[in-house]
Design a protein around this ligand. Structure first.
Ligand SMILES: Nc1ncnc2c1ncn2[C@@H]1O[C@H](COP(=O)(O)OP(=O)(O)OP(=O)(O)O)[C@@H](O)[C@H]1O
Length: 259
């Protein structure tokens, strides 16, 4: 992806920079010299078939694992060098839900806010704002158990936004949700990225979650095989749409595709 310019023409700094990162599980190479940037205010879609390395990449960015090679910086700071404080600007939604089903939405969010060291008043203000942005404010006193899958997902996203992150990582956040719910979450996240100037890295294998203006990374068997604005990637492959472009890219990377 090219360095971006801000509205006044000056170069924009990425909120996430991944440089020359590789990772092995024993003999198995899951990531092969991966480099990319994520910019504030933009959704960067990480598209790859099963086993491409998306979750491994997220584990390295969040430091569940250490990257043995390369460099990862969040808002200009490397957690490997500066410790977990460098993860402060990061909000994450993992594939597996982690809400307490027997607590209300409010209790879940307050609990997380206190772990993040937020004062009650500030926490409540941010909670209301995040829930409002996700059309969930009226559900605040309900137990999470009574919410459907889409609404639980929205609560998780609201939780990831409580500390006003500059970078939001979403690991297939719409998995298992119906199409209208998926579409609503995609819409909300795109709106949030631009209104709050958040850089979003969105792992997915669903083409319809990616907008033509999003930055796109196509990951195949641990390697980035295409990058750039989604519509440009499609145009460069000569395909009629993103699905077609993806199949061409993965095939030319030496694999028949099943996503
Ligand atoms: N703990 C592990 N031990 C050995 N190999 C692993 C382990 N975890 C993942 N892998 C392998 O590493 C590669 C990348 O896996 P990863 O889970 O990161 O891909 P993914 O793109 O997130 O896939 P999915 O969409 O299925 O979650 C795959 O070939 C996978 O089989």
């Amino acid at each position: 992806m090219q360095k971006e310019a801000s509205k006044d023409g000056s170069p924009r700094e990425p909120v996430l920079s991944v440089q020359d990162v590789s990772y092995w599980y024993g003999e198995k190479r899951a990531l092969d010299d991966v480099s990319f940037d994520v910019y504030p205010g933009k959704v960067t879609a990480l598209l790859g078939p099963n086993g491409a390395g998306k979750s491994t990449l997220f584990s390295l960015i969040t430091r569940l694992f250490d990257a043995p090679t390369g460099r990862i910086e969040i808002d200009g700071r490397s957690a490997a060098e500066q410790g977990f404080k460098a993860l402060g600007p990061l909000g994450v939604v993992f594939q597996q839900p982690t809400l307490d089903l027997d607590l209300t939405v409010k209790q879940n969010l307050r609990y997380f806010a206190s772990l993040r060291g937020l004062k009650r008043k500030e926490a409540d203000e941010r909670m209301n704002r995040a829930l409002d942005a996700l059309d969930m404010k009226e559900r605040i006193t309900e137990k999470v158990r009574s919410l459907n899958g889409g609404h639980r997902r929205r609560v998780e996203i609201a939780r990831a936004l409580l500390h006003s992150p500059k970078l939001l990582l979403l690991d297939e956040p719409t998995i298992g949700l119906d199409d209208p719910t998926r579409a609503a979450i995609v819409r909300h996240i795109h709106a949030l990225a631009s209104t709050d100037n958040i850089g979003v890295l969105w792992a997915t294998h669903l083409f319809d979650e990616i907008k033509p203006e999003d930055d796109l990374l196509v990951l195949d068997r641990g390697r980035i095989v295409a990058r750039g604005e989604a519509k440009t990637v499609v145009a460069e492959t000569g395909a009629k749409d993103l699905g077609d472009a993806f199949r061409l890219l993965i095939r030319s990377a030496g694999q028949d595709v099943a996503v």
